[in-house]
Design a protein. Sequence first.
Lengths: 408, 408
Amino acid sequence: MKYEDYVNLKYEPKETDLICEFFVEPLGISLKEAAGGVAAESSIGTWTETTTTKPYVEESAAKVFEINGNNIKIAYPIELFESGNMSNILSSIAGNVFGMKDLKNLRLNDIHFPAELIQSFRGPKYGIQGVRKLLKIPKRPLVGTIVKPKLGLKTEDHVKVAYSAWVGGCDLVKDDENLSNQKFNPFEERLVRTLEFRDRAERETGEKKVYLINISAKTDEMIRRAQLVQDHDGRYAMIDVLTVGWSALQTLRDRNFNLVLHAHRAGHASFTKNSKHGISMKVIAKIVRIVGFDQLHVGAGVGKMFETKKEVVENCNALRKKMNGIKPVFPVASGGLHPTLVPELLKIFGTDVIIQSGGGIHGNPLGTTAGTKAMRQAIDSSLKNIPLNEYAKTHKELRVALDKWSLE
Amino acid sequence: MKYEDYVNLKYEPKETDLICEFFVEPLGISLKEAAGGVAAESSIGTWTETTTTKPYVEESAAKVFEINGNNIKIAYPIELFESGNMSNILSSIAGNVFGMKDLKNLRLNDIHFPAELIQSFRGPKYGIQGVRKLLKIPKRPLVGTIVKPKLGLKTEDHVKVAYSAWVGGCDLVKDDENLSNQKFNPFEERLVRTLEFRDRAERETGEKKVYLINISAKTDEMIRRAQLVQDHDGRYAMIDVLTVGWSALQTLRDRNFNLVLHAHRAGHASFTKNSKHGISMKVIAKIVRIVGFDQLHVGAGVGKMFETKKEVVENCNALRKKMNGIKPVFPVASGGLHPTLVPELLKIFGTDVIIQSGGGIHGNPLGTTAGTKAMRQAIDSSLKNIPLNEYAKTHKELRVALDKWSLE
């Protein structure tokens, strides 16, 4: 089969097919050839005809069934994949194709997984409803912070920041993506001490509080750390899903710890940022959900990260919309967030969101506890449809935050 | 500290610092601010001043110590990282920074790891010399093939292709990146049957032969498969390192199987292809070496993949040059290779290379065995400095290959 033979615009995808949407920009070949080339390289074909092929193999060919400008859709027979093996699936559909010399750009914009493949993965254990039940917060947006500075803080100071955030009204306190088990703040000591202060904050506030400790490490060690967290009555673990990798995440999820799993996406923008090449964040969101995480960073549409509001909404849809019985996942808004941005954030996300603010809380001139109060006040006023400036008249923490961070 | 405070052009990096080379293209801010922003976000800083920082934390700041046009160098104190934890290191230096709104593009072009960090990883068990010893081939380039078609072939046909390649003169036969344990060719059956034919090919040729079976899967299953391979006297395993992920690779390497580990890089070009954004393949090569693989695909500089010869040479240097006692790794040339390209390939790679050809062997009109002979003939003639066309006068398999694949 030549590349063009992989194009069949009359083909009607089967329910069991996996469907990919690509943006394709050919280099020196026709779009049809480029489209067929992507289907070939990601299924059964290669650059030349081989003597070793068999007629029965051609039944497994992927088919380009739609070409719309530079946007194409490819259907892959499910037989091409191993169930429950994310590495295998991605090595086909998001593997060699990006490196083809005949393509200037190639972007995997979306994947539609067939039910049978989805069900071969674990999916989230808790999801949005499970998290809300655990935290006893049925409706409002959750408030999280990241302990800052992100690295360098000694354990005793780390603990104080966490405690100050919880008593101010934070539901979640989380490590930053690059804190794991450094000498200045070792994992076990941090775990034990921070959870002591979580318990204290719970007693003092009467609210449920959770600590998202970063367990990212090689698989064995990550699982050992997850076990430690569970043994110490931690309820959450956070993982840098992309630098850890899919195979370790699947094995972690298989262990079925009683831990909510929070996914940080450090590194994603190395391949999601260019809108013409790489892989969309929406795709990563779907995979994280299928593999079985309960929460995922999806950008914010405002703040310090690059994504547009439209992209963020698409990411949220990937996490929250119906998907073959797989639980919806909590989108986490993060990256340069502060109270002034809350009304806009709620417009983008709705209320099923975790608003994660680091600098926007610890940067409040009145300190972390006040910074958290300001964030909760911003949420309260938004939910009540009261303008922030109005609400700030009687809430000084919010007033201070609005004074520091005005919208440009 | 503001972003600019992370720039100190007078700073002289310590031997223990980790050094990164970035290409930075700011968006709406100065280059100095952008450079400092990258150093901040990848170490201890964030977008705003926080009340929670401590004077002792600033000692851990990363420092931009060189700015040369858009190319910058950043030094990271080793204390920022957890030894032996690749996910942790990458979440810092190749994490959030790519997503900063203030940067149009950011590319991590190189990493120089300090000896102490390198030594906290396993490194390759075999490396080039170990592989040469195993295969009893002290000097010449190794010849490998990939069973094609890449997917869809039933086990009995897969086995025949492998056998035909070995008896023609292939040293290595490998699975393709997306073959794992599909119904048409299940892992265990394929392992057992292919190794039977390997033994037969060894008896018939008197040469050592190896089968690189793809064990890519979730960590537990991958380790189970590695154990199976070892139990069946397999000598090699191949892994799709990027879709599997660093944490699983480290745990696999920790098991210290008596298996040569072959790294396929499926998916790399989603972030390596754009020369202004993402991560260079050279960086991936260094990481794969440090984590402990023995062979890695590095492109070819010719053929169907996009990389330039210069990039390929840099990848080879990352694998083969001295690196704190870590064994050199075999570069694997692959992607649209055929006998006509061999003289050029040897100019680019030298002789410490594995020439991996799928279509260029199985596409030989005389079949796989002839295709392999043609490849070996092309290598023999190149090593003897005889022009291919001259050598082909007395070697019909090469003649047929040259007729099919002329250089454009």
